[in-house]
Design a protein around this ligand. Structure first.
Ligand code: DC
Length: 218
């Protein structure tokens, strides 16, 4: 039986995570937060003092690391038995993830782990290359974006809510740098699939985006 897949790609801070989680919960489908894999690898590398450019060692860690997503009222993530949920959400981890994600051997090592999330009754996959590289066969593809300033403001609010100190100007600069690195890398860059539906959420509420995505599935 074919497993239905919905891919949601887009730049950082576009609201992909919240929208994907809500849509997956509504449909009763599995959820793949592919960014969490790159983030976990970056954290594992930092813990083991591995250089973020050391492609061979990073690919080895990517293959051997054990990552567990525990879904209760809130998702917690365990890396090799250690809870890393809070560290995973830090901006510094996102930036380090963007650096290791540009290495071809790393992407190759994480490819099958991502494909394994595709199980019945369906999958919502969130990332940069879900519709172009990991699940090109997906039935429904969305490219979700928002203006850079809106994304920086949203990220600022999210971090503040989590009690994490943040600076809006610095965040906007980091978002721009990350956009550039993720879009300009040679392998699997952030790109809209030819058959994806484009949604600009700059002036939409999160709920409106969720409803629009659900209407595409139904
Ligand atoms: O979605 P996120 O912010 O958690 O992703 C962190 C970084 O990981 C992002 O800047 C680039 C990389 N990434 C990627 O290259 N491909 C994906 N499918 C998901 C994330």
């Amino acid at each position: 039986m074919t497993v239905p897949v919905l891919t949601i790609d887009g730049p950082s801070g576009a609201g992909k995570g919240t929208v994907s989680r809500a849509v997956a919960a509504k449909l009763g489908w599995h959820y793949l937060d592919s960014g969490a894999l790159y983030r976990a690898l970056a954290l594992a590398a930092q813990k083991q003092a591995i250089n973020l450019q050391d492609q061979t060692s990073l690919a080895e860690v990517a293959q051997t690391m054990s990552l567990e997503f525990i879904c209760a009222s809130q998702v917690s993530v365990m890396l090799d038995g250690e809870e890393i949920t809070r560290q995973l959400g830090l901006e510094s981890t996102g930036n380090a993830a963007s650096i290791v994600a540009a290495l071809p051997a790393v992407r190759q090592a994480l490819l099958q782990k991502q494909k394994d999330f595709k199980r019945l009754p369906g999958l919502v996959a969130d990332g940069r290359d879900m519709g172009t590289v990991v699940f090109p066969e997906a039935r429904t593809k969305v490219f979700l974006t928002a203006s850079a300033i809106k994304r920086a403001e949203r990220r600022y609010k999210q971090l503040k809510e989590k009690g994490i100190d943040a600076n809006l100007t610095l965040l906007a600069k980091e978002i721009e740098d990350r956009d550039r690195r993720d879009s300009e890398r040679k392998i699997a860059p952030l790109a809209m699939a030819a058959d994806a539906i484009f949604i600009d959420s700059s002036d939409m509420t999160q709920d409106a985006v969720i409803q629009e995505v659900l209407s595409l599935i139904r």
